[in-house]
Design a protein around this ligand. Structure first.
Ligand SMILES: [Zn+2]
Ligand SMILES: [Zn+2]
Length: 187
């Protein structure tokens, strides 16, 4: 038994009975994407109800944690609370074949020791609730692509020096005869 396992022995064969599960557990590792996630060991609050149903155990409730990471544009730190709704059916071992036959991909199996590991369920729910491209706020202007300056600090910030290719074109343009004078010479 770990902080993220639940014994459902008591619920077996007693449809209608239920268990409340309220726990604060240390977050397992890898509840994260590249830029953002739930720091390992930080508080993960579980408020779950486990209900015995004919096919197995229906788990409903919420899981909450503090997300921390970096804005993908300006690299500022981001922190915010995340709560996900949990709704998962776990089927009893002997029903496993039936569940497999039904090809019900949303159903997970209860192992023969009747201990449910919550980690894979929580991982799926919480990681998919994380933004793929986290930003500190909508419309964050990010960093200057030339020098890394935080655009937020001065929206007017820009560089006179353009891309070298443009600079080269400018030189070419400077070497060309003035359009007005060329039209004069053709007449
Ligand atoms: Zn930002
Ligand atoms: Zn710059």
């Amino acid at each position: 038994m770990t902080a993220l396992t639940v014994d459902v022995q008591e619920l077996r064969g007693r449809p209608g009975t239920q268990d409340e599960l309220s726990r604060t557990v240390p977050a397992p590792k890898d509840l994260a994407t590249v830029l953002i996630g739930i720091p390992q060991g930080s508080d993960l609050q579980l408020d779950l109800r486990l209900e015995s149903v004919h096919e197995g155990v229906l788990m409903t409730g919420t899981a909450s944690a503090e997300v921390s990471g970096q804005c993908g544009r300006c690299l500022d730190e981001i922190r915010y609370p995340l709560t996900v709704d949990v709704m998962q059916l776990f089927s009893w071992p002997q029903k496993a074949q039936a569940a497999a036959d039904a090809e019900d991909e949303d159903t997970r199996l209860i192992p023969h020791d009747l201990t449910i590991d919550l980690e894979p369920v929580l991982r799926d729910l919480m990681v998919s609730a994380l933004p793929f491209q986290p930003v500190c706020r909508e419309g964050c202007p990010g960093l200057c692509s030339e020098c890394g300056f935080r655009m937020e600090d001065d929206p007017e910030h820009f560089h006179e020096q353009l891309d070298p290719r443009w600079a080269a074109l400018k030189d070419v343009a400077a070497g060309m005869p003035d359009p007005d004078s060329s039209s004069e010479s053709s007449t």
